[in-house]
Write a protein that binds this ligand. Structure first.
Ligand code: HEC
Length: 150
């Protein structure tokens, strides 16, 4: 038999967890899905789009592909923080509204983050191993950025 005090404590913890589930963060999703995030005049090949979709769009676009565990709080809140901060720093869905100078500087910072292996975030790579970029993928993205930023 558990002592009464620890039973009360356990009940409290469970109740807090249950109540948390009612506070769901707003979702970052577009009705159109992750289609055509980059505007046509950026000439991103299917390959480029696929790499960015796999490694970056979840936190840097208006459409996140949510994993099942995002439905469990506080995990959903934690993901929401990454998405909000990520989109503040860089939102690929905004490129259509950006002029050439802003685009250029955003893409330069993308290049830097990729070359220094800072992105995707390490915690994200742990949960999505396929998002880690290999040298070939980095090369494809760098070459694309060089052409766009010419
Ligand atoms: C799990 C979410 C997540 C993923 C996936 C992710 N990022 Fe980020 N990114 C962030 C967050 C959060 C920030 C802002 C805080 C920071 O710099 O750590 C950020 C910041 C950035 C910045 C701005 C850095 C600066 O110093 O101004 C760039 C550029 C960037 N990310 C590029 C990328 C690229 C390119 C990918 C894909 C290869 C990617 N990110 C994948 C969450 C993410």
């Amino acid at each position: 038999m558990m002592p009464k005090i620890s039973r009360c404590f356990l009940l409290l913890i469970v109740s807090v967890f249950v109540v948390m589930q009612f506070f769901r963060p707003e979702r970052n999703v577009e009705p159109t899905g992750a289609q055509n995030i980059l505007p046509a005049d950026m000439h991103a090949s299917g390959e480029v789009q696929k790499i960015l979709a796999t490694s970056c769009f979840d936190c840097h676009s208006n459409h996140t592909n949510y994993p099942w565990y995002s439905n469990i709080q506080p995990v959903g809140w934690w993901l929401k923080t990454h998405i909000t901060e990520g989109k503040e720093a860089l939102n690929f869905s905004d490129f259509k509204n950006l002029g050439p100078i802003r685009r250029r500087s955003k893409l330069e910072s993308v290049l830097k983050q990729i070359q220094q292996n800072k992105m995707p975030l390490p915690a994200y790579i742990k949960l999505h191993p396929e998002s880690k970029m290999n040298n070939q993928q980095k090369k494809i993205i760098s070459q694309w950025i060089k052409v766009v930023n010419k």
